[in-house]
Ligand binder design. Structure first.
Ligand code: XMP
Length: 319
């Protein structure tokens, strides 16, 4: 794509002009935007860039490992991988209110990120994968550390990393353009084509209280569901697809015995921007296969249901 090739060159020149010999910290979320920003900035300034990936323990199955290996091994980009999952899951224990979950995760994220960023001596800049829609949307619930902080004015004084100068090379781009740029930069197409994933991660896909066991159960069900969607060649037609682990037990039968286990809800929607969405009309066979596999392969789930609510009136996420 010649326009993206041109954009790439101009963006690199702008980053070099802005940063000079300064050090840059980039908060990786595991998503497409921050990853593309990091690869672009690395191409411009090499090892002046250090990425920080805060692992909340609330990612999809295997995704943290994929991000770390992509950046460290494939791109050779200096990356600090902070496994904060015990801290996140510890502090989330007993919390079931959705907004309290989000606030807890936001506060912890800022704490952990600030602590790690503080260890990078002499950093002057903070890189973010802010897109054009994020720029025009004044208060966004999404995005990296600075977006999080906007909704948490109550933390008492700005954390140190918020005093850094911002480097936001994707500010003029829309999501589809970022994907083209990502491919241009050599990111695997399957990686840049990934569905959006919310900052609070699986925490908002486990209505009620979160436990490490529930997270592990949900990760397995979700991975099977996505694998079946990919196998059926439907992944790219869908805006987001994911499993939800309900805090509801129902009765089932397994052989001669009755079971009494959790319900898993499957969700898939089409959308262009996430503001409105239609539930996805699956071929039944795909859903049936996913459901059968989840019940057979995931301990603790004995029933699967499909969500046929569009947005509005529903939201895409369940919390
Ligand atoms: P809803 O559920 O509001 O979701 O229809 C719309 C889009 O936003 C994502 N989402 C979030 N993203 N932090 C995020 O970074 C959040 O707290 C959050 N809540 C929802 C959701 O996945 C969908 O793409």
């Amino acid at each position: 794509d010649w326009t993206m090739a041109a954009f790439r060159g101009e963006a690199i020149a702008r980053i070099r002009a802005q940063v000079g010999k300064g050090k840059v910290i980039c908060g990786l979320s595991g998503g497409v935007d921050s990853s593309v920003a990091a690869v672009l900035i690395h191409e411009a300034i090499g090892d002046q860039l250090t990425c920080v990936y805060v692992d909340t323990g609330l990612m999809r199955l295997g995704e943290s490992e994929q991000v770390v290996s992509l950046f460290r091994n494939h791109y050779n980009i200096p990356l600090i991988h902070v496994d904060a999952s015990e801290q996140f899951l510890g502090e989330l224990a007993g919390i079931s209110d959705p907004e309290t979950k989000r606030k807890t995760i936001g506060r912890l994220f800022i704490e952990v990120f600030d602590r790690e960023a503080g260890k990078i001596d002499g950093a002057e800049f903070l890189a973010q994968g802010t897109l054009y829609p994020d720029v025009i949307e004044s208060v966004s619930a999404k995005g990296g550390p600075s977006a999080v902080i906007k909704s948490h004015h109550n933390v008492g004084g700005l954390p140190d990393f918020m005093k850094l100068k911002l480097v936001e090379p994707l500010r003029e781009l829309f999501k589809d353009e970022v994907r083209v740029l990502g491919v241009e930069l050599g990111l695997p197409p399957a990686f840049v084509g990934r569905h959006p994933f919310p900052g609070p991660g699986l925490a908002i896909r486990i209505p009620g209280e979160i436990t490490p066991e529930k997270v592990a159960t949900l990760q397995k069900a979700d991975a099977i569901y996505l694998e079946e969607i990919r196998n059926a060649g439907l992944y790219d037609q869908i805006w987001q697809a994911f499993a939800v682990l309900l805090p509801v037990k129902t009765v089932g039968v397994m052989g001669d015995a009755r079971t009494y286990e959790d319900v898993c809800a499957l969700r898939a929607v089409t959308s262009t921007d996430g503001m409105t969405a239609d539930f996805y009309e699956f071929p039944w066979a795909v859903l049936a296969k996913a459901a059968t596999r989840i019940i057979n392969e995931v301990k603790g789930i004995n029933r699967v249901v499909y969500d046929v609510t569009s947005k509005p009136p529903g939201t895409i996420e369940w919390e």
